[in-house]
Write a protein that binds this ligand. Sequence first.
Ligand code: NAD
Ligand code: AKB
Length: 321
Amino acid sequence: MGGDNRRVMVTGALGQIGSELVPHLQLLYGTQNVLATDIKEPSGSYSSSYERLDVLNVAELRGLVKGYDIDVVYHLAAILSATGEMRPDLAWDVNINGFRNVLEMARESLIDKIFHPSSIAAFGTETPRLNTPQDTVLTPRTIYGVTKVTGELLGKYFFEKFGVDVRGIRLPGVISNVAPPGGGTTDYAVEIFYEAIERGSYECFLRPDTTLPMIYMPDCLKAFQDLMDAPSETLKHRTSYNLSSLSFNPAELAAEIMKHKPEFTITYKPDFRQEIADSWPMSIDDSCARAEWGWSPDYDLGAMVDDMCFVLAARHESGKI
Ligand code: NAD
Ligand code: AKB
């Protein structure tokens, strides 16, 4: 992924991951070679070329891909798990037809490489929840999960049928401090830090013992880069890599935050997202990602919490949050 003059487009670039992936790609490819797009308009000034794009509009998508001579697409535009349960038609449309439109650009040979994230939401209650294997039962209980399994299969089909180089990871919940998460079930693990810094307390929408797989943003970006840089012939699970980094529950996360803010308190009021979380794995076997493209995370729970608290406390002191 690094160090060449390829031209890269990011869809859904104003979301939680895109907000940090775009600057990361600018460092690798040069600012002039990165085009950020989203259905929303950026608030204030934006540090990259930016175009408004609804991924459901294939004519606009084709126009931008041709106009900017794009080689690689990081396709992040999506509707996440909690919003998806409230708006299932929209989730299906954006997650499936939006991805289908991007795949079509590759089938027309306009682009030659696509990154498309899957999620731990691809798994379901019939999947082993501890050390979830790479090749296992995929019976998701959410429409979001159904779109993720379908996306994995669609990407695989386009690779096998048309030679399109599609790559993807079953991402755990992503923890970050630049843009807020966009309507997921793992969002508590980001909200808790902001509430701890701003208010000193947090009401969690999951039970204290709800263990879920998570990853800190620097490790997430490293995983994207390592997978995209890997030689194509080494990838046997190219659209659906299990990825493990952190696994913890709200009580364990709160205890770690209390090491920085001893006065922090947490209460629990589980809502509809509890059922979603209960259908997802608690920990992941990522041995295929390790073997096929050398995956290895840098952050453990303590290091992630240290960094989140440090960054957000500094921002709070300077009045930026
Ligand atoms: P997000 O919700 O923060 O961002 C998604 C972006 O897509 C938003 O900015 C939204 O405006 C945009 N969007 C929605 N509909 C669109 C449309 N029709 N056209 C163009 N843009 C549209 O999501 P994220 O957390 O940045 O996730 C990015 C990808 O990673 C998604 O595929 C998601 O399923 C996957 N993923 C994320 C996580 C996580 O914890 N953040 C975990 C697993 C997988
Ligand atoms: C969500 O909670 O929907 C996402 C995900 C794990 O896919 N963060």
